[in-house]
Design a binder for this molecule. Sequence first.
Ligand SMILES: [Mg+2]
Length: 425
Amino acid sequence: MSINFSVLPDVTPDENAITILNVRAYVIKSNETETNTGGSADYHSQVDGHWIFGTDKWPIANPMSLYEKYKSRRSTWGIDAIGSVIAEIELTNGIKGVGISIGGQPACFIIENHFSRFLEGQDPLNVEYLWDLMWRSSINYGRKGLTIQAISAVDLALWDCAGKLRNEPVYKLLGGKTKNSLPCYATCYDPLAAKNLGFKGAKFPLPYGPADGDVGMKRNIQRIKEIREAVGDDFPLMIDCYMSLTVGYTLELLELIKPYNIKWLEEHLPPDQYDGYAQVKKQNPSKTLLTCGEHEYTRWGFKLLLDKNCVDLLQPDVTWCGGITEARRIVALASAYDVSIIPHGSSIYSYHLQYAFPNLTMGEFIFLSPNGDSISPSFGQLFNDEPLPIDGWIHLDPYKPGFGVTLNRKNLYRPYPRDNQSKSI
Ligand SMILES: [Mg+2]
């Protein structure tokens, strides 16, 4: 039975509204440029030898680790193959908003050749309406992954426009601030370096997975023991498993790491194994918390994780999960289950969300310097003025509108310009 008593008329901009003039989607002009400038939206677009691929001494366990050919470095199977997408929305008054994600040229194609029709001519402040159009129209090929990453980039560009139109930072549009500054933990190769730089905790990758057998498990425990001894008893330590384990292996690992006071174990299973996550949570023999969510998408994906009681803590990536519009729904949903959220990376796009809502207690800062032991911008040279943590704290400037950053246009390339528009910027 329908409760719609009439068909809704088209949503049109109010008279004299500032509207969207043009939508453009860029990549970085070459892989070489992207890696040599410290990556951009794709954290993994880094130079050879970068710690984020794994090192000779300590590889990084991942879903491809069971294949000998691909186990030594995550770059061997193309973790960096897709690259960044940068969505830019220009308004009729000249304001430009920027949003980013991963997705590279395929995401540019979706944004330029599909989503632009819903955006150009519309009021950029109608974020719920525009999100709904992009979501519904891409259900036949989307729902998770690359398509939602393309939606995320556009949505973030809309929020950046909205902030600049109102001359306010995005967190103020979301309801104002719940904190004056944001404490951060570091994801890095060297937790002692993170401690010395003032970070409130540190996370490091698990080197080996089930395919490496008992010897690999022993090496894992050796790595964890060495790090615990280096940072002392009380510094919070977390371990990222990057979707590489099984239920049985995770339960054994949780038992073996008991002496090392590990705060949380992250993404131990592939993201579709909801029942496996629930089983580990139920049988967890330790006080170590369980987390996941960086490769989950939309409110529906996160609702599954919550309903099945999969983890203690959720980690959506704001540039992947559907943008700010979807992330704030996920935040509201999680609060009803009393589950905290600590977003995955995302720098400025996460910081504004974290300022605005009380159940986001801490930020993640990923060390993207080649050795993983010092601070550099999360998005390489993509922005001229990305805020960096000072003594482990992020401070947002209340007088910078939108997300508060300026796009560096130098290395951008537009693969799918429309009509007579140019590939140049
Ligand atoms: Mg992770």
